[in-house]
Design a protein around this ligand. Sequence first.
Ligand SMILES: CC/C=C\C/C=C\C/C=C\C/C=C\C/C=C\C/C=C\CCC(=O)SCCNC(=O)CCNC(=O)[C@H](O)C(C)(C)COP(=O)(O)OP(=O)(O)OC[C@H]1O[C@@H](n2cnc3c(N)ncnc32)[C@H](O)[C@@H]1OP(=O)(O)O
Ligand SMILES: CCCCCCCCCCCCCCCC(=O)OC[C@@H](O)COP(=O)(O)O
Length: 377
Amino acid sequence: MGLLQFLKSQFLCHLIMCYVFLVSGLIVNLIQICTLPLWLVSKQLARKINIRLAYCIASQMVAALEWWSGTECTLYTDPKRYPLYGKENAIVVLNHTFEIDFLCGWTFCERFGVLGSSKVLAKRELAYVPVIGWMWYFLEIVFCKRKWEEDRTTVAQSLQKLRDYPENYWFLLFCEGTRFTPKKHQFSMQIAESKGLPKLKYHLLPRTKGFYVTVQNLRGTAAAIYDSTLNFRNNEVPTLLGIINGKKYHADLYVRRIPLESVPEDEAECAAWLHKLYQEKDGFQEQYAQTGHFPGPIMSPPRRPWSLINWLFWSCVVLYPLGLLIAQMLSSGSVLTIAAAVVVCSAVSMGMRWMIGQTEIDKSSNYGIKAAPLNNN
Ligand SMILES: CC/C=C\C/C=C\C/C=C\C/C=C\C/C=C\C/C=C\CCC(=O)SCCNC(=O)CCNC(=O)[C@H](O)C(C)(C)COP(=O)(O)OP(=O)(O)OC[C@H]1O[C@@H](n2cnc3c(N)ncnc32)[C@H](O)[C@@H]1OP(=O)(O)O
Ligand SMILES: CCCCCCCCCCCCCCCC(=O)OC[C@@H](O)COP(=O)(O)O
């Protein structure tokens, strides 16, 4: 193990990274609150400012993936479609298999210049996660309770608000609705069987209602669906803790651009279209399992320096006062002050551990394995 790799695995480094993320994130959250009056005066300006503020937070996690862990992200896609990426609004449909799938998604957002503005249909619980969840409120992220009766109006209303969004964005949909586990897979394949649908090997049965409502409400605003299938080389099982420990992974993403007009307008036909899409995605995963690569040529965008620059900037901003504080504390020699500092450090590391826990599949919700209502139209 080299010296750098050894340093990356040290708890003190992790504590410093988490401190920078948490404190800079809370500062950004505070600035976001200060933009509230601006929404009344100029909504579009407030949105543009919040896009840049969100970038300050999200790109720190991207920097951890790209620059700290050195994870490689390879894109398989049609070279003719490549110039459109980042230049139009799109709905991204991604498999929900890995703990860092959202982070790989963010990395591609960063490389195509849409990181600050990108959106997701997220479970409500994530709105309460400090820093990220609070930042999402100002980004007009669409939240759902995963209870269609309650979501049908709120999700449509939130999507309508995005129609005049001032910058290009990708709207991410994990149609499977929850992370893949063998137990959830077994349950969802029972549902597939009861509906007479072909079984999927690598995906859960997609939920079609969120997809339909997204497509209907973003028609005319989003140009395409980016059907995205993610996998990792050599059966790697990537985790956020692994990234923080400096472990390098190899992500492969296969993206097909499908014009939005080719998605049927009728709800039942749209649902059937999505089921067919997931059967195709399953085929791509099978090919990956057999050959180690996806179809199509590689068109990887390079990593950009901005996420690293942003990270270094925030590190200077928040570590300098911390250094002064520690020096002052040590020179005071007060046992009480030092004990208080140890308590604060422990609280920060426990809080961060809880946040990282949100990404862990072991701690995944029971959604999809509880009694499944077969007909809840
Ligand atoms: C060039 C590069 C391209 C791409 C780069 C890639 C990505 C970058 C893009 C953007 C990045 C932006 C941000 C990323 C950052 C962070 C994101 C992190 C995480 C957030 C993710 C989440 O929170 S996922 C969870 C929330 N989201 C969803 O659930 C979405 C999908 N769900 C739906 O659409 C649902 O329909 C719903 C939520 C709208 C409503 O939920 P409800 O439970 O009420 O669902 P349904 O009524 O649909 O369910 C019943 C129907 O489902 C069938 N079914 C199937 N399996 C089951 C099962 N196991 N149990 C029960 N029911 C099941 C069932 O038969 C019903 O069928 P019907 O025919 O009656 O509909
Ligand atoms: C510099 C880096 C420092 C480390 C920062 C750590 C911060 C952690 C931020 C937590 C971000 C939370 C995003 C979680 C995304 C996710 O994957 O959610 C799961 C849901 O889809 C489905 O949930 P489930 O039904 O439980 O499978």
